[in-house]
Design a binder for this molecule. Structure first.
Ligand SMILES: NC(=O)C1=CN([C@@H]2O[C@H](COP(=O)(O)OP(=O)(O)OC[C@H]3O[C@@H](n4cnc5c(N)ncnc54)[C@H](O)[C@@H]3O)[C@@H](O)[C@H]2O)C=CC1
Ligand SMILES: CC(=O)[C@](C)(O)C(=O)O
Ligand SMILES: [Mg+2]
Ligand SMILES: [Mg+2]
Length: 347
């Protein structure tokens, strides 16, 4: 249906409009092969299975995630296969390897993309940056996208709680005339709360911006900046952490999630409201040039290239883990660990 977001009309698909029974009907003759069992793989595969679809998982045998798949209930030789065998058996191939990992597996996937199959992504990365990835799908398959707007961990948790994370959907290529039904059915099947329409280019550029920006990069940056200023001015770690992170995640963000920013403001003191209303614009103005530089780096393909280069190295996991460790061991997040332990529900 068409829905107005502010003054802009967009296409969205809700569960009421496209119920699960319809999705099951659309996909009743399909074998959905989920390739890769990292973060999105388990979330999407388990939700699909619990929703009654015909799902198999493809993963490298002998890997840690193969064992995880087994412990999640996937049965080797029945619903769990080596990647190539899964590519052969699947009629819909859900390409859920890491974006860099997809480059290495592409020749295998391509080989098994016989006419009428569907190639499914959860990111516009592979085909948008085809000059860098070499991922150019054959003309006689559907190429579709469902991108859950959040971690696969949340996708699964929210599904189990009876909620639903929202996703975007897109069609890059409709070879069978059934791409729209297939993509929407899959979007509903993986547990999306609702779906909003996009295209591959807009999905990847917005997603890369979001995760580098307010969702992950910028938020750690402003946390660190405020924490450092508080500490430099004699505040204790617990005070600095509480005033920077804990209050935000525990008290204020849930209010924003519930009913918007003005609602959160309205539930704080008039002292806080006065100050926040005075200061949000200087913060916007100070950071906007950084966001512009970021978007430019995304648009020119620099961010994609960096991600491919570093995540294609054989020791990419260890390298990432080293940097995550640095974050974890920073005073701010060490203080956070103690603060979390002190939450009454955690002891
Ligand atoms: N992590 C998330 O929650 C989200 C991910 N996405 C997208 O979903 C897709 C999958 O992402 P993640 O689940 O984060 O992937 P991931 O980084 O967890 O990797 C998935 C699997 O790929 C395997 N892999 C990596 N390189 C390989 C190679 N060369 N050969 C064979 N297997 C290899 C890993 O062992 C892992 O099992 C990506 O396109 C990503 O951008 C989209 C939304 C959120
Ligand atoms: C969770 C999500 O949607 C991200 C941040 O874009 C990703 O994991 O790539
Ligand atoms: Mg992303
Ligand atoms: Mg994302």
């Amino acid at each position: 249906m068409k829905l107005k977001f502010g003054s802009v009309e967009e296409n969205v698909v809700t569960r009421e409009e496209f119920p699960l029974e319809k999705a099951r009907e659309v996909l009743k003759n399909e074998v959905i092969a989920v390739l890769g069992y990292g973060v999105q793989g388990p979330g999407q595969a388990l939700n699909l299975k619990d929703n009654g679809f015909n799902v198999i998982v493809g993963q490298r045998k002998g890997s840690k995630t193969w064992d995880k798949a087994v412990s999640d209930g996937w049965v080797p030789g029945e619903t769990l296969f080596e990647l190539e065998e899964a590519c052969e058996r699947g009629t819909i191939l859900q390409f859920l390897l890491s974006d860099a990992g997809q480059i290495a597996l592409w020749p295998t996937v391509k080989k098994h993309l016989t006419p009428g199959k569907a190639l499914y992504f959860s990111h516009g990365f592979g085909v948008t940056y085809k000059e860098k990835t070499g991922i150019v799908p054959p003309a006689d398959v559907d190429v579709i996208l469902v991108a859950p707007k959040g971690s696969g961990t949340s996708l699964r948790r929210m599904f189990v709680e009876g909620r639903g994370l929202n996703s975007s959907y897109a069609i890059y290529q409709d070879a069978t005339g059934k791409a729209k039904d297939r993509v929407v059915a899959l979007g509903i099947g993986v547990g999306s709360g609702y779906l909003f329409e996009t295209d591959f280019y807009r999905e990847v550029t917005s997603d890369l911006t979001g995760e580098r920006g307010t969702l992950m990069g910028a938020i750690q940056g402003i946390f660190a900046a405020q924490y450092e200023v508080l500490r430099a001015n004699g505040h204790t770690p617990s005070e600095a952490f509480n005033e920077t992170v804990e209050e935000l995640t525990q008290s204020l963000m849930p209010l924003v999630a519930e009913n918007g920013m003005d609602w959160m403001y309205a539930n704080c003191s008039t002292t806080a409201q006065r100050g926040a209303l005075d200061w949000w614009k200087p913060f916007r103005d100070a950071t906007k040039p950084v966001f512009e530089a970021l978007y430019d780096s995304v648009k020119t393909g620099k961010e994609a290239q960096k991600s491919i280069d570093s995540n294609s190295k054989s020791d990419y996991r260890e390298k990432l883990e080293e940097e995550l460790k640095e974050l974890r061991e920073s005073e701010m997040w060490q203080a956070g660990a103690v603060v979390r332990q002190l939450r009454p529900e955690n002891n």
